[in-house]
Design a protein around this ligand. Structure first.
Ligand SMILES: Cc1ncc(COP(=O)(O)O)c(C=O)c1O
Length: 342
C-alpha cells in the first residue's frame, strides 16, 4: 500500500467550495504589505523576527514554543521525520478519514500506517485508538476539529491518549480550530506532556493558503528537535511579511469568522429543507450525505460552476459531499443551486 496526497483537479473557473479555502481572499492589509516589499527585500534571505514575534503574540505563547513552517504541510512532514527517523518497525496511528499528509509523510519515512476509523456517527473512537497504541507507535495523528465531518475531539480523549502514548509524538492538527473548536494552545496539558504538539495553519481563517504559512506549537525542547530538521528559510519573504499584517487586521478575521458561522447555518437550513443528512461542524465546511446520488449532485453542481468535494471514497462517507462555508454571498449561490437540484 502506498500513501500519497490526492491532488484535486483545480477548476479553471467557478466557485471553489471544494478545498476548505478562505473564499473571501486574505485581508487587504496583507496585499498592502506584499506590495510594499522592495527589490532588495526580495533578493536577500528573509528575516523572521517580526513574523515570529507577531505569531507568538497572536497565539499568546513564548517564541521558543513556536516553529513557523511552510504551510502546516511542512509541520506534518518535520513531525513525521522527528518521530520516525532512525526507527525500525515504527508505527503511525491515523484516525480516518483524515488529511492524506499524515499517512503519506509517515509512510515516506518508513512507518507502518495503522488506520483507526471514526465511529459510524463520526464521533471519536477513543477506545480503539488506545487499543492501537503499541510499543512501536511513534506518532499519533489527531485532527481537531476533524475533516471531513468537522467534529471536535473531547479534551479528555486527547488527555487519555497523551497519557497512554509514552513513546509517541501526539500531533493535534488544529487547522480548523479558528472556526469553532477548542485549542490546546494555552491548555496546561501542553505543559504536562512534552510529546504533545499542536499544528496550526494560517491558510484558512487568514486566507493565506497561497502564501503557505503554518506553525507547530509545543514545549521548547520538542520544538527545538523539529527546528533542527526544518530548512532554515522554509518560509519565503512574502510569508514573513504577510503574517504580521494578517494578525494586525483583527477586524477582517472577526468578519470572516462571522461569515463562516452564518454560512454554516444557511447550509444546515438548506440541507434540512432538502431532507439531506448533514453533520453540524466546528470547522469551515459541512459534510452532507446525498443518499444514492452523491456523485450526480457533485457533477450537476460543477456544471453550474459550483465545486464541492466528493468524499464518498473516504471511510464511512458513502455518498458524502463536503461543502466549504465561507462568504455568505457564495453560500447563497450554493443554496440556490441546491434548491434547483433536490
Ligand atoms: C487537516 C489539515 N491539516 C493541514 C492542512 C494543510 O495546511 P497548509 O495549507 O497550511 O499546508 C490542511 C489543508 O487543507 C488540512 O485540511
Amino acid at each position: 500500500m502506498t500513501y500519497e496526497y490526492e491532488r484535486v483537479a483545480t477548476p479553471a473557473s467557478g466557485l471553489r467550495l471544494h478545498l476548505n479555502e478562505n473564499t473571501a481572499g486574505c485581508s487587504p492589509a496583507v496585499v498592502e504589505a506584499l506590495r510594499s516589499l522592495t527589490a532588495v527585500q526580495l533578493a536577500v534571505y528573509p528575516d523572521y523576527d517580526a513574523a515570529i514575534d507577531a505569531t507568538a503574540r497572536r497565539l499568546q505563547i513564548d517564541p521558543d514554543a513556536l516553529l513557523l513552517t511552510n504551510g502546516l504541510d511542512e509541520g506534518i512532514l518535520v513531525a513525521a521525520m522527528v518521530a520516525l527517523r532512525k526507527v525500525t518497525d515504527g508505527e503511525a496511528v491515523v484516525v480516518v478519514p483524515a488529511f492524506d499528509m499524515y499517512a503519506a509523510c509517515s509512510d515516506a519515512v518508513g512507518a507502518r500506517v495503522v488506520e483507526v476509523p471514526l465511529e459510524p456517527d463520526f464521533s471519536f473512537p477513543l477506545q480503539r485508538v488506545l487499543a492501537a497504541i503499541t510499543d512501536r507507535t511513534r506518532v499519533i495523528w489527531l485532527t481537531n476539529p476533524n475533516s471531513p465531518p468537522g467534529q471536535s475531539i473531547p479534551r479528555e480523549a486527547i488527555l487519555r491518549i497523551a497519557e497512554a502514548a509514552t513513546r509517541a509524538l501526539v500531533f493535534v492538527d488544529e487547522a480548523y480550530v479558528d472556526f469553532g473548536g477548542a485549542t490546546l494552545i494555552g491548555d496546561p496539558m501542553l505543559q504536562q506532556f512534552p510529546r504533545l504538539i499542536v499544528g496550526r495553519t494560517f491558510a484558512k481563517a487568514y486566507g493565506l493558503a497561497g502564501i503557505r504559512a503554518g506553525a507547530v506549537v509545543g514545549q521548547p525542547e520538542t520544538i527545538a528537535a523539529l527546528r533542527r530538521v526544518t530548512p532554515p528559510y522554509s518560509l519565503n519573504a512574502c510569508a514573513a511579511a504577510a503574517l504580521p499584517a494578517a494578525f494586525g487586521d483583527t477586524a477582517y478575521y472577526d468578519w470572516y469568522l462571522n461569515q463562516v458561522q452564518e454560512s454554516k447555518q444557511l447550509l444546515y437550513n438548506a440541507l434540512q429543507k432538502a431532507r439531506v443528512l448533514y453533520w453540524k461542524s466546528d470547522a469551515n465546511f459541512v459534510l452532507a450525505r446525498f443518499e444514492g446520488r452523491g456523485a450526480d449532485v457533485q457533477t450537476s453542481l460543477a456544471a453550474s460552476g459550483i465545486h464541492v468535494r466528493d468524499r464518498s471514497s473516504d471511510a464511512g462517507c458513502a455518498d458524502c459531499l463536503r461543502i466549504t462555508a465561507g462568504v455568505v454571498e457564495h453560500t447563497r449561490k450554493f443554496v440556490t443551486a441546491l434548491e434547483w437540484l433536490v
